[in-house]
Design a protein around this ligand. Structure first.
Ligand code: A5P
Length: 232
């Protein structure tokens, strides 16, 4: 990608994030997602906090927690709050017709799913490259697994007709904030994400998959011509 394209894409992500943050109201408990688009949302929340907005936020990763602290967004946790009013997060793929998602290329899918599942609403912010007719194919499906015996989990995942690969970083397995591994499954189009998700979760050793089914309530898409809002 050229520098110009990447700057344009950042502008689209920033615009989508800013539009999502307009929906945040005083006194809300927020879920903060992870990744570059969600980071723009943290920045936009911080700008409103600086002007007097009162919120408490539960971050979905250590990286987002650090960013929120740096920008001055007040943090809280599930110790204090069992429910979240609205979560703003990014995604790796969004299926247009269903708003189902693939998440986890950034490695935070488990905490992101816990945060999204505890939320009354999940607003997903993306640039238009993330929109697809069917999940899969161009994006691998990340699956978080316990590290013990990951090799056997990987074998079981290949029985689903995908090509599973342990995620590596600098010659070592990538480790999530929860101390798990990620297996990226290169997969054809997923015809029925709602059917696949529980089958993946049932595999021994699997902690969570990056399939987010029925969780997103609204998608905000940053496009060169402006922002598009897709509602469930
Ligand atoms: C993190 O685990 C992911 O689910 C991110 O939400 C996803 O990778 C989107 O990140 P970007 O906004 O950086 O593309």
């Amino acid at each position: 990608m050229t520098l110009l394209k990447s700057c344009e894409q950042d502008g689209e992500k920033r615009a989508a994030a800013a539009r999502a943050v307009e929906e945040v109201e005083d006194g809300m408990v927020l879920g903060l997602g992870s990744g570059s688009t969600a980071a723009f949302a943290v920045e936009a929340v911080a700008a409103r906090v600086a002007k007097g907005l009162r919120v408490a936020a539960i971050p979905s990763s250590e990286a987002t927690a650090a960013l929120a602290r740096q920008f001055g967004v007040p943090l809280t946790s599930f110790v204090k709050h069992r429910r979240i009013d609205v979560t703003i997060d990014g995604a790796d793929q969004v299926e247009r017709g269903t708003l189902n998602l693939i998440k986890g290329l950034g490695g935070a899918l488990l905490r992101e799913k816990i945060v999204a599942s505890a939320s009354d609403r999940m607003i997903v912010v993306v640039d238009e490259t993330k929109l697809v007719d069917r999940l899969g194919r161009s994006t691998p499906l990340p699956v978080e697994t316990v590290s013990f015996g990951w090799q056997t989990t990987l074998d079981r995942l290949s029985a689903f007709g995908c090509e599973p690969r342990l995620r590596m970083i600098e010659d070592k397995p990538f480790t999530t904030d929860s101390g798990n591994y990620i297996i990226d499954c290169i997969i054809a189009e997923i015809p029925d994400p709602a059917a696949l998700e529980p089958r993946l979760s049932a595999i021994v050793g699997v902690v969570e998959s990056g399939l987010f089914v029925g969780l997103a309530s609204k998608i905000i898409v940053g496009r060169p011509a402006g922002v598009e809002v897709i509602e469930r």
